[in-house]
Design a protein around this ligand. Structure first.
Ligand code: TYD
Length: 141
């Protein structure tokens, strides 16, 4: 499976009418998110000059959605690289375990919503790229 297939773009259904729009996200296979959602956090107040993330996770899977504003996410598996424009509230990207990610190019109004498959555990974050590449050699993913 190539990186685009692994980190697929999710397009959520838009229940829009003349009052505005509404997007529903449910975990555990009830909507496009392929895991049960254990944690939600959002990132805002970053700007064009900031790069966030720069880590991979041994346990967590994520879905990233810019519910307001825009950002980009650079994703790599140490082999291929893709860049996803998160620029609409109905678009998300799924990031499985052991994928390196960097979020950047935040618009001033960016609110980046992140859904995660686990509760927070700092021990499962790999924050050193060389260590990540080394760990991939011993990983079956
Ligand atoms: P960090 O992982 O560095 O953010 P990013 O990936 O966006 O660059 O997290 C920033 C801080 O927030 C850090 O001190 C850890 C804390 N944090 C939690 O306490 N719980 C969480 O679920 C997350 C994602 C971060």
């Amino acid at each position: 499976m190539n990186l685009k297939e692994k980190c697929r773009i999710l397009e959520f259904e838009d229940h829009g009418d003349d009052r505005g729009k509404l997007v529903v996200i449910e975990g555990d296979g009830y909507s496009e998110v392929p895991f049960d959602i254990k944690r939600v956090f959002y990132i805002y107040g970053s700007d064009e000059s900031i790069v966030r993330g720069k880590h991979a996770n041994t346990e967590s899977e994520f879905v990233l959605i810019n519910v307001a504003g825009k950002s980009k996410v650079r994703i790599t598996d140490g082999n291929e690289e893709i860049i996803v424009d998160l620029d609409r509230p109905k678009i998300g990207v799924y990031i499985p375990r052991m994928i390196w990610k960097e979020m950047y190019c935040f618009s001033k109004d960016s609110v980046l919503l992140v859904l995660a498959s686990t509760h927070y555990n700092s021990d499962e974050y790999i924050r050193d790229y060389d260590e990540y590449i080394e760990m991939l050699k011993h990983s079956s993913i």
